[in-house]
Design a protein around this ligand. Structure first.
Ligand SMILES: [Zn+2]
Length: 409
């Protein structure tokens, strides 16, 4: 089923930028015997002609998408360090000794555990029941539900209002944007603030990150779209930071309009930068689509050349965007001998759509790989430093973005 209206402004004209055809869900890793029943859904990247919000037009039941979500935040070391930095910044803005922190889509509780260690009262809301259960076992109180206006009203009634509401990489996954934003407005204390993180549309545009496009990523946000949405509920952005995570993200701080926090100049600076980048133009997105096509062909051509030269190619990173890149660029399992990933939940399974087997990272050496396509390119430095031995043995890392290239120190 497709949405008839823009999820942001309700505009009724959505133009297709990229048509990926029928694609398997990027997080639905499967076993050999499940291949026959694998589901595929249409995937189109669209833009609203009224507000320029970029989104996919397919509506998929969030229960299919997220209830067995397999990404655990604790796995990546850089995410742990990142959570510590978030705590430090949040502390600067806090007003009370024992602040109350609520995290939406709290995953395995990595971020909240840092706030807990520092004496904060915490609560997680996480729709993936398997992950919420693990978080509770680890002592991170977690409600296993989708966060929306209804859930927010119940939380406010049962636990009161919250000083800080964290939503990292959530808004990009949410179809009911208004339910999320109104929910945040409902649970936030009058002097509290929300921290919202999302991959920045401007980076996806400038760095050609079409691998960010998959069904789980419903919306591709700019500072403008966030300001518009929160503005509708009498809230405003007062600070913004640019982050390296997910290939370039924004961390936006939002408050109730009546709360007297100073609005930082960075907000204006990024607004201007977005306007100048060209992301609010339909024509620019048409040429973006052409650039993506060239990029996909170049990447596949490089891999085919390696294969023809007798090299053994594997992929590092069974992330959502990795699956998206593999499926979209037509990299097939006859070109790739395996995928390695640290997540035990993925090992032993096959990648969605392309059906390449996933192994632990030791497989790099066991398979005598010569080339690693780094689908987890956003944590390239971390991976390259962990797998120095691979390079010492003469192996090469192939990075897909901004242009496909072999990694040089
Ligand atoms: Zn719109």
């Amino acid at each position: 089923m497709k949405t008839k209206k823009c999820r942001c402004c309700g505009g009724i004209e959505l133009i297709i930028i990229l048509d990926y055809g029928m694609v398997a869900l990027a997080d639905s890793f499967l076993y050999e015997e499940e291949i026959a029943s694998e589901q595929k859904f249409p995937l189109n990247l669209c833009i609203c002609t009224n507000c320029f919000h970029v989104q996919i037009d397919e509506i998929i039941n969030p229960k299919i998408l997220f209830e067995n979500y397999v990404w655990e935040t604790g796995i990546s070391k850089s995410i742990f360090e990142f959570a510590n930095r978030l705590y430090e910044k949040t502390k600067e803005l806090m007003i009370k000794e024992e602040s109350k922190i609520l995290e939406i889509a709290s995953n395995d509780g990595t971020v909240l555990s840092i706030f807990k260690k520092n004496g904060c009262k915490i609560l997680g809301v996480e729709p993936a029941k398997n992950i919420a259960l693990d978080a509770n076992k680890k002592g991170i109180p977690t409600i296993d539900e989708f966060f929306n206006y209804e859930t927010a009203k119940r939380i406010a009634k049962d636990y009161g209002k919250w000083d800080v509401c964290i939503a990292r990489n959530v808004i990009a996954h949410v179809s009911d944007l208004h339910g999320l934003v109104q929910g945040i407005q409902t649970i936030l204390d009058k002097d509290g603030f929300a921290v919202i993180e999302f991959p920045h549309l401007q980076k996806m545009y400038s760095d050609l990150q079409y691998d960010q496009v998959f069904h789980e990523h419903v919306g591709y946000h700019s500072l403008h779209s966030i300001m518009f949405l929160f503005g509708l509920y009498n809230m405003e952005v007062f600070d913004v930071e640019e982050l390296e995570v997910h290939g370039g993200s924004l961390r936006v701080y939002v408050k109730h309009a009546e709360s007297k926090r100073e609005i930082k100049y960075d907000v204006v600076k990024i607004m201007i930068s977005e306007v100048n980048s060209g992301i609010f133009s339909i024509n620019n997105w048409t040429s973006y689509a052409n650039r993506c096509e060239t990029h996909k062909n170049t990447l596949r051509g490089m891999i085919e050349k390696c294969k023809n030269d007798g090299e053994n190619i594997i992929i590092y990173g069974a992330s959502g965007k990795g699956q998206s890149l593999i499926q979209m660029s037509g990299i097939t399992k006859d070109l790739i001998s395996g995928v390695v990933d640290k997540s035990k939940m993925k090992q032993g399974k096959l990648t969605p759509g392309s059906h390449i087997k996933i192994y632990p990272t030791e497989y790099i050496y066991r398979s005598k790989a010569n080339v690693i396509l780094l689908c987890a390119w956003n944590i390239a430095k971390e991976i390259v430093s962990q797998e120095k031995r691979f390079v010492e043995l003469g192996g090469k890392f192939l990075l897909p973005f901004p242009e496909p290239h072999f990694f040089k120190k």
